[in-house]
Design a protein around this ligand. Structure first.
Ligand code: ZN
Length: 144
């Protein structure tokens, strides 16, 4: 999943979403929900707000209306700053961060164009929403 995001990030400029199967924690109903995998800030301004409020991975059970927040990583492309941020609340340990870095390296070594892009790109892993908020606010200030 993450690998696809990096490729999407570099090749196209569209937000990418995917459909995931969710099982409601309250009524156990299984349903499908659209979730965000990747956001390009220069294209998807309207997604900044849900991202800042932590609602980017919010899903709601159609049956009992129970709201859940999924534990998924989101790739955020700060353009034109050439910064790629992986927002992943679970990546708290050095090992988890290292594994994300490894994924990224594997993807960018996939072809020459991606390798060249990667040389000019800063890759950051963020685990705290507060830190992501600060970056998003700075971005909005700089590009309004
Ligand atoms: Zn439910």
């Amino acid at each position: 999943m993450l690998s696809n995001c990096f490729i999407t990030t570099q090749v196209t400029d569209l937000a990418s979403t995917s459909v995931v199967e969710v099982k409601c924690s309250k009524c156990k109903h299984a349903y499908e929900a659209d979730v965000i995998d990747h956001i390009d800030l220069s294209e998807d301004r309207d997604l900044i707000k849900p991202l800042k409020s932590g609602k980017a991975n919010r899903v709601q059970c159609p049956k009992c209306k129970k709201v859940m927040y999924l534990d998924r990583s989101i790739v955020v492309n700060f353009e034109p700053e050439n910064v790629i941020v992986v927002f992943d609340k679970k990546a708290r340990t050095t090992a988890a961060k290292e594994s994300l870095m490894e994924d990224y390296r594997n993807v960018v070594s996939f072809n020459e164009i991606l390798s060249e892009v990667a040389e000019e790109t800063e890759f950051t892993i963020i685990t705290k929403l507060d830190k992501l908020k600060v970056m998003l606010d700075d971005y909005l200030k700089a590009h309004n």
